[in-house]
Ligand binder design. Structure first.
Ligand SMILES: C[S@@+](CC[C@H](N)C(=O)[O-])C[C@H]1O[C@@H](n2cnc3c(N)ncnc32)[C@H](O)[C@@H]1O
Length: 202
């Protein structure tokens, strides 16, 4: 589950990650890429009292920075479809009392409507099968309050990521407006798109 490789969707027919994959992924995400995750979270400008949903939180590489930011008044929900990765996230975040975990398909989780100030979708939406992307986004947007923001960063290579135009069309079609975006590329992550979107209509 390093950002370069698709893995880990054991509920969707892809084998669950083994111990070695979990070990190397944690090494990568909490080591080499830790600064990149921290900067991504810092760039959100959170006050610290928000209710945040980390959708596809994986092993908690972004979530651990979010949980730290929200310590005190804010709250973080980590959602994932993979029991194995959620187990890793629970371990990573065990010191935090402001975090809860939900497991399963977001369309079936019955997240309370308009209950989150922020949704984070980091390096995971390209893993969602194309046919599921619209309904998955609809469920996420329903859980976001009016004026709430969705922060995303996704690999943008056609072969193993999601094309920026396709992603923008999906987000716009789900009732979100793009506030800002950046395209970047790095040795470890490859070309990627980062965007901040706001829910403007109910
Ligand atoms: C490449 S990992 C990224 C994890 C984390 N966001 C990060 O940046 O390190 C993708 C994660 O998304 C999860 N995932 C994929 N499809 C999902 C879905 N439909 N609902 C919830 N989680 C999903 C996978 O189980 C996996 O943990």
């Amino acid at each position: 589950m390093t950002p370069k490789h698709h893995t880990c969707d054991d509920d969707a027919g892809v084998p669950a990650p083994g111990g070695l994959e979990i070990f190397t992924t944690r090494l990568m995400l909490h080591g080499v890429l830790s600064g990149s995750y921290r900067r991504f979270v810092d760039g959100m400008g959170l006050r610290g009292d928000e209710r945040v949903l980390d959708f596809g939180a994986g092993g908690g590489a972004a979530a651990r920075h979010l949980a730290k930011r929200l310590q005190g008044v804010g709250h973080l929900t980590c959602a994932d479809i993979s029991p194995a990765w959620q187990g890793v996230a629970r371990k990573t975040l065990r010191a935090y009392t402001n975090v809860d975990f939900v497991l399963g398909d977001v369309r079936e989780l019955e997240l309370p409507a308009e209950s989150y100030d922020v949704v984070v979708m980091h390096w995971m939406f390209h893993d969602v099968p194309a046919a599921d992307r619209r309904p998955v986004l609809a469920a996420l947007v329903a859980a976001l309050r009016l004026g709430g923001k969705l922060f995303t960063r996704e690999p943008s290579r056609k072969e193993d990521g999601i094309e920026v135009t396709a992603l923008r069309n999906l987000l716009g079609g789900a009732g979100l407006s793009e506030l800002r975006s950046a395209k970047g590329s790095s040795f470890w992550m490859g070309p990627h798109y980062a965007g901040v979107w706001e829910k403007r209509t109910g």
